[in-house]
Design a protein. Structure first.
Length: 155
């Protein structure tokens, strides 16, 4: 067995004082957190994009179809002095003008109607299978002396 020099104490038996303890800077902690969170964060963004981007695109196409529908209703009101008796005709014309697929129209199942509210024609388009999204717009005033008709009840 080797003998220990009595002048050098064994380092394992004596407490070591390294001086004041230093804390790591905040940027080191943030890098550490970023290292562990970047992959789950990127995955969460991809999943959210996978879900919400098609919804947002569908909503913008629905808004475009609704805008075209209201334009056809206003044109019919201007040309014939009456709201279309069958709003479905205006919807079919709007669908022809918008580049939509048949599956999109079948999935959305748009239902249209018109009514009189506060002496104004109000047209409404409702997309039933996409969360009950609906859009309505005032088409024009109802004036009996100008020859405006009331809309017929749908089938």
């Amino acid at each position: 067995m080797p003998q220990e020099d009595p002048r050098t104490p064994n380092a394992g038996h004596m407490p070591v004082d390294d001086g004041p303890s230093l804390r790591a800077p905040l940027s080191w902690h943030l890098r550490h957190v970023w290292r562990f969170l970047r992959i789950p964060l990127v995955l969460a963004i991809v999943v959210a994009g996978w879900i919400y981007v098609p919804e947002l695109q569908a909503r913008s196409q629905q808004n475009a179809l609704a805008t075209e529908f209201f334009a056809v209703c206003k044109k019919t009101l201007k040309d014939t002095s009456q709201l279309p008796k069958v709003p479905e005709e205006a919807l079919m014309e709007a669908i022809k003008k918008r580049p939509l697929t048949d599956s999109a129209v079948q999935t959305w199942a748009p239902q249209v109607s018109s009514e009189i509210r506060d002496h104004q024609w109000v047209a409404k388009i409702e997309f039933s299978k996409s969360g009950g999204y609906s859009v309505e717009q005032v088409i024009g005033p109802v004036l009996a002396e100008a020859g405006y008709d009331t809309p017929s009840a749908g089938p």
